[in-house]
Design a protein around this ligand. Structure first.
Ligand code: AMP
Length: 215
């Protein structure tokens, strides 16, 4: 299964991707995670990406496309993969299609997870991550027992730089302007499926599996 997950920041693509990995044993390729790791490691790529990410802007296409090409060529992607956060604009989608056509392995599905904007804002501004074990919380929907402290390991919780309110507004604007048009792009190709991303995570996952034609 070669799958692209579409949806605004905060729609829960990452969460659904993690559940898909468990069920289908295929890797998730999250360009956001790859870039955040490069920033944390202080690599030249990370240094270049950080200024864009902190402002909520897209990192240049040439950078992310290179990362994805390298990643999908690896052995563990032979059985399929889940692209999460890529493509983010039509130019990236076109290059992806071209690369996959050359590999003789086109996308099966582009699955969109749809969520209203007011819910997205709460999900994003409320998001906190544990510095030690990366466990995620939300101060509105799934708060830790003790404010600022991880239930699992006692680590300190922090807010991602790009989850601050100003940056979030920018990220959602960038999504509307550049990423939302991809729905039309994949619809035209006849591979777009959509699910509502509201409610219980497991119920959403059932809808995701049904949309993918998998039980
Ligand atoms: P995410 O975790 O997917 O929301 O990504 C966080 C940030 O990483 C985005 O706001 C962008 O700055 C950058 N980023 C992630 N994926 C891409 C992409 N495909 N193209 C450009 N920038 C990206």
């Amino acid at each position: 299964m070669r799958l692209v997950l579409l949806g605004a920041p905060g729609a829960g693509k990452g969460t659904q991707a993690k559940k898909l990995i468990e069920k289908y044993s295929i890797p998730q390729i999250s360009t956001g995670d790859i870039l955040r790791k490069a920033v944390a490691d202080g690599t030249p790529l990370g240094k270049e990406a950080k200024s864009y990410m902190d402002k909520g802007e897209l990192v240049p296409d040439s950078v992310v496309i290179g990362l994805v090409k390298e990643r999908i060529a690896q052995d563990d992607c032979k059985k399929g993969y889940i692209l999460d956060g890529f493509p983010r604009n039509t130019a990236q989608a076109e290059v992806l299609d071209k690369v996959l056509a050359e590999m003789g392995a086109p996308l099966d599905t582009a699955l969109s997870v749809d969520v209203d904007k007011d819910v997205l804002m709460k999900r994003l501004t409320g998001r906190r991550t544990c510095k030690s074990c990366q466990q995620m919380y939300n101060v509105y929907f799934s708060p830790p027992k003790k404010e600022g402290v991880c239930d699992k390991c006692g680590g300190e919780l922090f807010q991602r730089n790009d989850d601050k309110e100003e940056t979030i507004k920018k990220r959602l604007d960038v999504y509307d302007a550049q990423t939302a048009p991809l729905m039309g792009y994949y619809k035209k190709k006849g591979i777009l499926k959509s699910v509502m991303g509201l409610g219980d995570i497991n119920e959403i996952f059932s809808k995701v599996c049904a949309a993918l034609g998998k039980k």
